[in-house]
Write a protein that binds this ligand. Sequence first.
Ligand code: SF4
Length: 668
Amino acid sequence: MEDNIKCISTSCTLDCWDSCSIVAKVKDNKVLAIKGDPRNHVTGSFLCKKGMKHIDMMNHPDRLRKPLVKENNEWKETTWDEALDLVAYRLDELRKTYPTTALLHWNHGGNVGLLKNIESRFFNAYGGVTVPVGSLCAGAGNEAQRYDFGRPLSHDIKDVVNSKTIIIWGRNPMNTGVHMVPFLKEAKKKGAFIILIDPIETETRKLADFYIAPYPGTDGALALTIANVLIKEGLADNEFISKYTLGFEEFKEYVDQFTLEEGSSITGVPKEDILFVAEKYSRNKPSAIISGFGVQRYTNGGYTIRAIDALGAITGNIGIKGGGVNYNNRIMDDYVDYDFLLGESLRKHHRTVTRPKFADFLLTEKDPEVKILFITRANPITQCMDTQKMIKAFEKVEFKVTIDMFKTDTANLSDVILPCRHFLEDVNVICPSACHNYLNLCNPVVEPDPWVPSELWIFNELAKRLNLDNFPIKDHYWWIGRVLKPLKELKGISLEDLKNGPIDIAGADRIPWEDRKFKTPSGKFEFYSTTAKEEGFEPLPIYKPISVRPSKEYPFYLLTPHTKDSLHSQHFVMTGEGEIPVAYINREVALELNLLEGDLAEVYTETGSLKCKIEYSENLRNDVIMIYEGWWLQKGGGVNKLIPEKYSGIGKHAAYYECVCNIKKVSH
Ligand code: SF4
């Protein structure tokens, strides 16, 4: 190695399926290059497009380095002391006057580092505040798998090479979670048959041998119809069902109504295709399902994932090599001291806000009214539904603080912005992803120059000013040692071990539920979930039609998936001058509407409108318009202007895809 060049181990902190291990080459406090760390056998040496932008993001000219305070609607740079004194003063005044739930702390997955959760301990030590529950991401599916299995657990993606049939359901690994692709290709080379189910014919179609496109929001009905075929055609694994599941008879009775005719009419999928998928999945075993988050972005989302899970249990494709219903992975729950990290026992007050109803809550809640908003790791103005309502709600709150690296749409509407570090400048722990079991430490790669603090420093400084008991003023390494105590005790893995690079804490050969001991109350896979019933939901994975269908007024479904170029809104800071969002539309339909490629058009819904540029797509159904989410409002975007506030019961999940729209040409 050339003189003075160091290789430092870290990890991508973006909220992505893959959690790539990274090696950074550093000289004289400059990052020369980053690449994947091949010691992580899943993510290997390559990083995706977003990963390759990390250095540019860290060095971006728009990055904030000094605290900003708004005065007379103008931003003014200030010192850290002044900014923190002001924030501490407002927090102190609030706790003297109101219950501390008059402060709402809004956070999300802008950075998935474990230590970012120290902010929750801060607010619990402060007295307990209003916090979000529910999800804008994967929550409905996580809850669904909690009901069925007791916890979401996925196979290491390497195991897919043992599968003979693979159903990729509503997921697009060619765009997001790209490290799955080499394993899918290897499985295919070994003879696996790949089925893609998605209303959009995504790039992943290139990997698939068979493709079906149900109407948006009908995946649950499709799964229940497949289930009925499996049962009726004698394709079920009766031994697995009788030994390891609960509630099969009730489930069987329920799915009886989902005949091929009925299923085909609900989903728009030909009967023979449904039959083909059922036969392939059950006869050509082991079979894996890899399910995405898109299928649960509807009001019926939780039930949909439950219906998909049921297919794994009916066919005995659970707890075996090459099987599984892979959705998410909560493997770290046993190894982190979340009680200490979050400090929930410290709080004296507590109130929750349902994430997809954020704007509504701010506008209507009176007991007490929200006086301070404190935002971390999130950009709700761009990312929450119904942007106009969100802005109105935001403006109603007296004092807003945002911690961010950039002046995002949310930061821009705040009163104080506190800049923070890029992950290459910070210390953190990245837990295993949905597709592998590597635990990573983010070692600090460079010192920020000019200096900016970590969020831990910010909360330490605020805690000192507020004299908070029970918020230890410590450094990152102390916190890591403390919260990963169970990992040390159960696995013997220490902080020093983690400093050297990624550690596989479970092994690629671990098969979830191999012992068939599920973490449900019955210890079985639960077709009939008493937990769901106790929590106010249907105990069976039922099908409920979504609330909208294309009509004369709004003839298109509006789907807003993730682009491969940005993690939600984060990378749209790089959007160039004059660029505008793109509305993708089926070529034939566009021509009927006299819309040419490059034309300007307004996409509109009952909630709002957005100006876009037209691009044709050969891969879209004729009843779908697609616009990628994440584009900033201040840069001419904001797809959530179009989307009404709706959510699923299970998981309180944002129903982003439950939206219909229309489109018309505009001249400017
Ligand atoms: S965004 Fe995902 S795939 Fe890309 S570098 Fe980060 S973890 Fe890896």
